[in-house]
Ligand binder design. Structure first.
Ligand SMILES: [Zn+2]
Ligand SMILES: [Zn+2]
Length: 174
């Protein structure tokens, strides 16, 4: 596979039970579906050996360029925030569900939350905060209020798709 960020060839790297693909050009890492979940928290120590991928200091990555999935043909990846903290933008393939992380992003992600529960909790708290005003008038069955609530839910889906589970959120079945 080719690096979606700098076009170098990716190299397989085994960490614990995982085999990920790393780029020794830009230092990025490719995770297949669900693989990232196994190393994105600090207590998941297998992830430590992925924090310092050897890279070529000459390689400069264009952060503004959209990237194609290294696995799927002609599939542009979606760029979105990793969590409601909105600090780290990651690339996710809408077809295969794989993730591309640039150099240092895994370290930043691991530093954000202690556990998956804490991450989910933060997402719900944020959603409750921003939607309290929007949902309150729904009791009056106002059409505009319902539309507004829907828009906020859609926005939330966009900021944090990995935390959003359709129909499973306690605050509504969007
Ligand atoms: Zn690269
Ligand atoms: Zn893909």
């Amino acid at each position: 596979m080719q690096c979606p960020a700098c076009d170098h060839a990716l190299t397989e790297k085994t960490v614990g039970e995982l085999v990920v693909d790393v780029c020794h050009g830009c230092g990025g890492i490719w995770f297949d579906l669900f693989e990232i979940k196994k190393v994105d928290e600090q207590h998941e120590t297998t992830g430590e050996s992925l924090l310092d991928i050897e890279k070529d200091p000459q390689v400069v990555v264009d952060q503004t360029k959209r990237r194609n999935c290294p696995k799927c043909e002609n599939m542009v990846m979606m760029r979105h925030f990793n969590s409601v903290k909105r600090e780290i933008e990651v690339d996710e393939c809408p077809k295969c569900g794989g993730y591309w992380l640039d150099t240092n992003e895994l370290a930043q992600i691991r530093a954000q939350y202690v556990s998956e529960e804490e991450k989910t909790q933060a997402a719900q708290t944020m959603f409750n905060d921003i939607s309290a005003d929007a949902f309150a008038p729904m009791h009056a069955e106002s059409k505009e209020a319902a539309e507004k609530a829907k828009r906020i839910a859609n926005m939330f889906k966009f900021i944090c798709p990995s935390t959003y589970i359709p129909g499973k959120q306690k605050w509504g079945a969007f």
